[in-house]
Design a binder for this molecule. Structure first.
Ligand SMILES: O=C(O)CCC(=O)C(=O)O
Ligand SMILES: [Fe+2]
Length: 310
């Protein structure tokens, strides 16, 4: 049975940029992303938070619907999204989750006006840990393409959207759609889930592979906005969630992507006679606006790559 590669990030103290360990992990990251656009990152430190994280997540979704609905947002990609008939997924998204106090102000204080310190603490610690791993991986990707000089610009222009998801169990052994097949629009996606599997990615041969992450692992995927910036050098994997059985699936995604107001432009280093420029500069928020308008109109949606293709 095919399996996405597992890469060990647990020895983070040894993982100093430039060290032999760092360089070896960097090679594995590049290879996994070339082959699958995805890998499992084992990162033992997350184990310390595991119980608290899923307890907090359950506590959130157990709140009454009216309370959850207080987290609304004009942006259709943020705030609370409830289930609908024949939809198993409900989710809560918060933008700029890495900014101190945002989780407290934009989520906890709305859901628990009397406060919920342990919820905030747990989610903040989780976001910090995931963001640290995300930065390490991004740095490795940039280095592997000789793009170190763009590091600050890439890091500083990133938004960190945290999405907490619950998939109701379909209560049947028949596979049921949790999320339809898609590619993420993010730059990088890190997913952490409870013990209920369901994520599948499509490999280059078109086969669907079950992703079965261990308790200490994040699933890491490259998103389309990174693929565009890299002039198509790495591709975002097609993936979906299929649910079975009688247990709810919880997952938390840290989706980092370019914030609005920045022109995303393929670095000159990636364009030459053999590699013509594939994508025009674009602003991610402009694209999201265009995309939501299309979705609202029920139009066949144009993805990011088609939107900014030369
Ligand atoms: O729940 C998951 O593991 C993945 C969800 C997903 O693909 C997404 O939200 O983009
Ligand atoms: Fe996704």
């Amino acid at each position: 049975m095919a399996k996405v590669p597992v890469i060990d990030f647990s020895k983070q103290n040894l993982l100093q940029p430039g060290s032999p360990e760092w360089n070896s992990v960097r090679v594995q990251v590049r290879k996994a992303l070339e082959d699958y656009g995805c890998f499992e990152a084992s990162f033992d430190r997350v184990l310390e938070l595991r119980r608290a994280v899923f307890r907090a997540v359950e506590e959130l979704f157990d709140l009454p619907l009216q309370t959850k609905k207080l987290c609304v947002s004009e942006n259709r990609f943020r705030g609370y999204q409830g289930t609908a008939p024949s939809r198993l997924l409900e989710s809560m998204s918060i933008s700029d989750a890495h900014v101190e106090d945002n989780i407290e102000e934009r989520l906890t204080n709305i859901l628990w006006p009397q406060g919920n310190i342990s919820f905030s603490k747990t989610m903040v610690s989780f976001t910090e840990l995931a963001s640290r791993l995300e930065k390490t991986i991004k740095r490795m990707i940039l280095e592997s393409f000789g793009l170190e000089k763009h590091m600050d610009e890439v890091m500083n222009s990133a938004n960190h959207n945290l999405r907490i998801m619950k998939y109701e169990s379909p209560k049947t052994s028949e596979p049921t759609v949790g999320v339809r097949a898609h590619c993420d629009m993010s730059a990088l996606t890190l997913l952490y889930q409870n013990e209920v599997d369901g994520l599948q990615i499509q490999n280059k041969d078109g086969e669907w592979i079950n992703v079965l992450p261990s308790a200490n692992s994040f699933v890491v995927m490259i998103g389309e906005s990174f693929s565009v910036w890299l002039n198509g050098r790495l591709s975002s994997p097609y993936h979906r969630v299929t649910m079975k059985g009688n247990k709810a699936r919880y997952s938390i995604g840290l989706f980092t992507g370019p914030r609005g107001g920045y022109q995303i432009e393929v670095p000159k280093e990636l364009v030459d006679d053999k590699n013509p420029l594939l994508f025009k500069p674009y602003d991610h928020d402009e694209f999201l606006k265009f995309y939501s308008t299309q979705v609202a109109q029920g139009a066949l949606s144009v993805g990011l790559k088609a939107y900014c293709s030369v």
